[in-house]
Design a protein around this ligand. Structure first.
Ligand code: FHN
Length: 501
């Protein structure tokens, strides 16, 4: 008991004093916990859910994120002045400060709802585009850190209802995407910048405690309201849960997660929602994941499959380096190409993750023209190569420099990004493997390709090789997929006599 108390005190200290150390833990190789301790507020669901909803999540492959809210009106600038050097990202423009910030900026921002009237918004157009792009799920911002609700919440006036637009945006989005067969997850920021009852520090005075309790009740009400209004949603994607006020409300958040799951038993919730009683986020003090999937891969990807230790995960990605809301001006920054994004998509699915690409529509509900272009290019590629993307799993082979392996039943796919100059795609398979490539075709046209066992005789090498020959006449401007059938080896790797040295 004493030992546990000491560990608890140390963990509390480390977690509360040194936040960056805690943050860095969720996205790298994880250290094994040497000794498990008592954790009362640990996971509420098994580490690997096996129900149909979770199986469906595992097969999504590609998702779409949409960040839409009042920040779409300024689009990262105000009266011709860019916020690029004064705010963290376009959807963070309310925090704009420093010499470039307009006078009384926060007040201007907080009144933007009076102008929010996206007449050009048509959820069906977005949903159709997402479908054409190949997205199988959507994460939609119901409320970002500014607190403005895109649905007519009963629990605040700061909602779409008091804007000139008035109509329920969340409902239109949920209906349109559901009609296209795209599952919907609702993004919900806990943190609210302009709510007088919200605190970033843990409330300390009795008055602060009363106010923060009101905030917690409001959060609970809104979440239950979202489930009542949109019961067809598949999950919540929580954000803004890093402040001490929320971290220390672990008893409340534990009960709330329980309540949400009881109300909607198939609900999927990622690892960002809550922490344990020691302040440990994403993973509790025993290293157990707090949620149904790992939700820390934001603009990041695991370098090695082993880092994931079999957990489910998603990677959410921006097109600009950072910036989720609409940005009028994309000049002077690198914006990812469809080749970059397809590469990231295949990297994710090859490690059992979903890749979620973000879009930031403007104040009138239109996507950025570059987003339209990228959605079309990705969709065109997926229409031909989707078999290697959806419902696939990690292939269990060593990573290849040529591209990414995925596997479905007896089919092995290699999405080639780096074509060898000699047109021989060499695939390494462990020498003792009972399953090896036996046939190969080009997925895009079904053309059969020559496949040979290349037992190259590197004696200390644990692998043997299978060579697929690409026709010299085959030209491709984008990554292409080789589809192979796996079967028993027809030839063995010869055990060569060792050299006398
Ligand atoms: O601060 C937000 C940011 O604006 C954006 O919403 C992303 C999306 O994953 N999440 C937060 C930072 O983690």
């Amino acid at each position: 008991m004493k030992y546990n108390k000491l560990i608890k005190a140390l963990l509390l200290g480390a977690a509360f004093i040194n936040m960056p150390a805690v943050f860095s833990q969720w996205t790298g190789p994880r250290k094994k916990v040497e000794k498990r301790i008592d954790v009362k507020y640990g996971p509420l669901t098994p580490a690997h859910r096996t129900d149909a909803a979770m199986e469906r999540f595992r097969n999504y492959g590609l998702g779409q994120f949409i960040h839409w809210g009042l920040y779409a009106i300024p689009g990262n600038e105000w009266e011709g002045v860019s916020a690029r050097k004064g705010a963290a990202a376009s959807e963070w423009i309310r925090t704009w400060s420093g010499p470039t910030a307009p006078k009384d900026w926060k007040n201007i921002y907080d009144h933007l709802y009076k102008q929010f009237n996206p007449r050009g918004f048509d959820a069906k157009v977005w949903a159709k585009q997402a479908k054409e792009m190949g997205a199988r799920y959507l994460i939609f911002t119901t409320k970002h850190h500014d607190g403005f609700a895109l649905w007519p919440s009963k629990y605040t006036d700061y909602t779409i209802k008091t804007s000139p637009y008035k109509k329920d945006i969340v409902k239109q989005v949920v209906d349109a995407y559901t009609a296209e067969g795209i599952d919907v997850f609702l993004y919900y920021s806990i943190m609210e910048w302009n709510n007088p009852n919200y605190f970033s520090k843990a409330p300390s005075t009795p008055e602060e405690k009363v106010k923060f309790d009101k905030f917690l009740a409001y959060t609970r009400n809104q979440l239950l309201e979202l489930l009542d209004n949109y019961p067809e949603i598949k999950g919540f994607w929580f954000d803004g849960t890093w402040d001490q006020s929320w971290i220390q409300a672990y008893d409340f958040t534990y009960k709330l997660e329980k309540e949400l799951r009881e109300k909607h038993p198939k609900l999927i919730i990622g690892s960002r929602f809550r922490n344990d009683e020691y302040g440990k986020r994403h993973f509790d003090s025993n290293g157990d994941m707090l949620g149904d999937y790992e939700q820390g891969w934001e603009r990041k990807m695991p370098k090695e499959f082993e880092w994931l230790e079999g957990r489910d995960w998603d990677c959410v990605m921006t097109i600009p380096p950072n910036g989720w809301g609409y940005m009028k001006d994309w000049s002077g920054i690198y914006t990812k190409t469809s080749d970059d994004l397809i590469d990231m998509l295949m990297n994710c699915v090859s490690m059992n993750g979903n890749f979620v690409l973000n879009f930031g529509p403007d104040g009138n509900g239109q996507m950025h023209p570059e987003e339209d272009k990228l959605a079309k290019e990705i969709g065109d590629w997926i229409k031909i190569n989707g078999e290697a993307v959806y419902g696939v799993r990690h292939a269990g082979l060593a990573p290849s420099k040529l591209g990414y392996f995925t596997r479905k039943e007896d089919n092995l796919y290699l999405t080639v990004f780096n074509r060898p100059v000699n047109n021989i795609v060499r695939i390494a398979v462990p020498k003792n493997s009972t399953e090896v490539p036996t046939t190969a075709i080009l997925l895009q046209n079904g053309q059969a390709l020559e496949l040979k066992h290349a037992d190259i005789g590197l004696d200390l090498d644990k692998n043997t090789y299978y060579d697929v020959a690409l026709p010299e006449t085959f030209v491709s401007k984008k990554a292409f997929v080789l589809k192979m059938t796996l079967g028993s080896p027809k030839t063995q790797s010869e055990k060569l006599m060792d050299a006398k040295m």
